[in-house]
Design a protein around this ligand. Sequence first.
Ligand code: DGL
Length: 279
Amino acid sequence: MIALFDSGLGGLTVVREMFRQLPGYDTIYFGDTARLPYGSKSPEVIRRFAVQNTDFLLSKGATAIVIACNTVSALATDVVRERAKGIPVFEVVTPAVTKAASVTEGRVGIIGTRGTVASGVYTAKMAEVAPKVKVFGQAAPLFVPLVEEGWARKPEAATIAKEYLRPLRLRRIDTLILGCTHYPFLKSCIAKAAPGVRLVDPAHETVAALGEYLETHPKFRDGLSKKSKHSFFVSDANPHSDKIASRWLGRDIILNKVILNVHDDHHFRSRPVAARVRA
Ligand code: DGL
């Protein structure tokens, strides 16, 4: 079973892509809504949460894990891989950088949470994939609550988008990575604030990468159940969260509340965070 997790409901943008690109595969989703947001937390805490979320999904029978959260992908992919003991783990940074590298003329912007941008992971990854490409980061934390409020099409969203994107436009970026789960909902607003800039959606690229993996690993693919069964778990829920989930996925969703069986792994220490990205 393909398992996905995020700090909250934003990772449903990746589930939505699963429904579009790889329909039929059974999925299980966990959103850590009780401990959201991750984007403003320290790397140590995010890594601890990521391991606990992984344990939960493994206990539910995950045979592949998709880290739908950009912040976790940026800061904790290594500990998730270690914990997942050999089952395939997909993250959202590498596919997005690979796509950006293939379409850019040399200047790429990345917007995301403070944690993602400060990690410098997008810059480091781009240096591996296309060393000549320059990467400029900008944290855009207000976008998350805007999307959750359903304000993506309001004039306030347009004003905030212009403000966040101004420094990146001054850097003359030609490509922009939407480096946070919620940002695909702001695509049209961001496109207006940054005319002529190509937008890269990590959710789309990650599911495309997963699809390629399935193509090239038929034995693994054939072992996956394909009965269109989808279950959704969260660490906290309220009447509003069911509504958000159903709105975002365009179908009725029931979120099952679980209490994580948390036992702290003190040996999961944070790695020194790579060079800071200048805004
Ligand atoms: N899911 C997070 C991400 O993609 C955004 C929300 C949060 O800060 O937890 O980085």
